[in-house]
Design a protein. Structure first.
Length: 541
């Protein structure tokens, strides 16, 4: 019985042993074949090298990836004495040699004993496609995605089989999308049937974008397919026109939110007191520098709080710029009420003093203000890329607008401010201290400008000239929307922002601003009090 058991066990064991020997021999032969192909690169011209690269790719052996990568990077060398190819790295006067398949170090060789294997751009494209095909089946998602993208950048009919094989097993939606596009591009340049190539054109058209137009324009197709290609390009261009308009609206909203933040305080101070405050831009600048100081302290002493730096900087900027505004109003402005030209000259002088003070303290160069993690990066919406910092600034601008509107409508201070705005003499006769309402209104307007500086520090250079970029636009928003009217400021800011962005592609940034200014002048000729004029007998008088 024991003999029979030994016999029964010996047969399958022998079969397994023979199978292992066969697989090992096959693997060794494959490795020898790959070694032979890599060694032949040392004697091949560019055309022959391209054929060798394609042959290596068809082996499907991931071990050839380092050799192909080294070839693309220019690190593949042939030893002159025996024509053996190695991956070589410089080490002083010597070169460290590495086996291109096993990755094992094989010693050193004098630089003069080696010859670098030359490569051109066409070969590099072939290598990229080969590397993509070899790594499409990798278990690592990032590796597969990178491989699919490399094939899409260098499409070839030779990589079509590898792409289709990968598509059959790929489950990740993002990678499948890239592979579908790569397959469609490869099919267009292949000898597939007309139906297959028409389907490929539709796939590329469905993907859309300027890259799709570039692909369809560059691929050589039969005359029978040229109408389909032209129709696909025309369809994509129509789609892009729509997204260009959406992009201009988004950029306009983004610019409008910045103008709203810069103008909201100015609208109140100008409306309540009739002060032409040319130093308002410097309040914005002081708010930005307050953010810089807060972040500098946090970076030095409390780095773990950096993501909260803007939340900390907002009240700091409001208090600092509000205090500066209060000092300006009590020290200068209150002596100049009723003389708008003199307030303009006085506040212009104050703006120059503040700019020079900041230059003396912080220097004339731009200061670094970082983005917290929640304001960094972007996301795509169709063909529109939306940055988080711009989106948060729009939300912040609307939040400040709503908060200030509630302050005006629901607080005693807001009631008194509106009373002074509508009829100063009547408000004074009712016991309201108009001089202090003026002072605190100026302080609040300056504080809001400082908060605007916190937001602007995330998208603009923090420098002594920061405020000068927005002061003229802020006045245009206030005049266009209606002096002293918050809703007019909101509508005016976003209207001018969108109009600017639609004019810029045709007229340029500078001429676009000039055209906007001309349009506002013409508009004011028809409606001197702006879009939303304040009403009341005192105002109309």
């Amino acid at each position: 019985m024991f003999d029979k058991f030994i016999y029964r066990m010996a047969v399958p064991l022998a079969a397994c042993f023979c199978l292992m020997l066969t697989l090992t021999a096959t693997s060794l032969r494959a490795q020898e074949d790959a070694h032979g192909l890599i060694n032949s690169l040392g004697r091949a011209n560019f055309q022959k090298a391209g054929d060798i690269v394609q042959t290596l790719a068809k082996t499907g052996d991931p071990k050839v990836v380092p050799a192909l990568q080294a070839f693309s990077d220019g690190d593949l060398y042939v030893r002159k004495s025996d024509n053996q190819v190695f991956i070589a790295k410089s080490s002083g006067d010597m070169m460290d040699l590495v086996d291109p398949l096993t990755g094992q170090a094989t010693g050193q060789e004098a630089r003069d004993n080696l010859a670098k294997i030359k490569i051109n751009n066409s070969l590099r494209r072939a290598v990229r496609a080969a590397l993509g095909g070899l790594t499409l089946m990798s278990p690592d998602r990032a590796t597969r995605l990178e491989a699919a993208q490399s094939i899409l950048k260098a499409p070839s009919a030779d990589s079509l089989d590898a792409v289709e094989t990968a598509l059959r097993s790929e489950k990740d939606a993002d990678i499948r999308g890239v592979l579908e596009r790569a397959r469609a591009v490869a099919v267009l340049g292949s000898g597939r049937s007309v139906e297959d190539r028409k389907a490929a054109i539709e796939t590329i058209k469905a993907e859309g974008g300027r890259d799709a137009i570039g692909i369809l324009s560059s691929v050589s197709v039969d005359d029978s397919l040229k109408p389909d290609v032209a129709a696909a390009i025309a369809g994509i261009q129509e789609q892009l026109k729509f997204w260009d308009a959406v992009q201009n609206v988004w950029y306009g909203l983004s610019l409008g939110s910045v103008l709203l933040l810069a103008a909201i305080g100015l609208a109140i101070t100008f409306g309540v007191m009739g002060i032409i405050n040319m130093a308002h831009g410097e309040m914005v600048m002081l708010g930005a520098y307050s953010t810089f100081v807060v972040q500098s302290i946090i970076r030095t002493s409390y780095p773990q709080l950096f993501d909260w730096s803007l939340a900390i900087a907002l009240p700091v900027a409001f208090v600092v710029t509000g205090a500066v505004g209060l000092v300006i109003e009590r020290g200068v402005i209150r002596f100049l009420y009723g003389r708008p030209l003199e307030t303009l000259l006085a506040t212009w002088g104050i703006s120059l003093i503040l700019q020079q003070a900041v230059r003396s303290i912080f220097g004339p160069t731009n200061q670094e203000v970082g983005n917290p993690s929640w304001m960094s990066g972007s996301f795509d919406l169709g063909y529109l890329s939306i940055t988080w910092n711009r989106l948060w600034i729009i939300v912040f601008a609307l939040g400040v607008f709503v908060a200030f509107l509630l302050l005006l409508k629901r607080s005693a201070f807001g009631l008194q401010m509106r009373a002074v705005t509508q009829n100063r003499r009547m408000a004074s006769s009712m016991g309201i201290r108009t001089s202090w309402i003026d002072a605190f209104t100026f302080a609040v307007g300056s504080g809001i400008a400082g908060m605007a500086g916190v937001a602007l520090s995330q998208i603009d250079n923090v420098s002594p000239n920061l405020g000068q970029s927005y002061i003229i636009d802020s006045f245009m928003v206030v005049v266009f929307g209606g002096v002293g009217n918050l809703w007019g400021t909101l509508v005016g800011a976003f209207s001018l922002g969108i109009l600017n962005k639609f004019l810029e592609p045709y007229a340029g940034a500078v001429l676009g601003k000039i055209l906007v200014l001309v349009l506002i002048i013409l508009f004011i000729q028809k409606r001197p009090r702006g879009l939303f004029a304040l009403k009341g007998r005192a105002v109309e008088a």
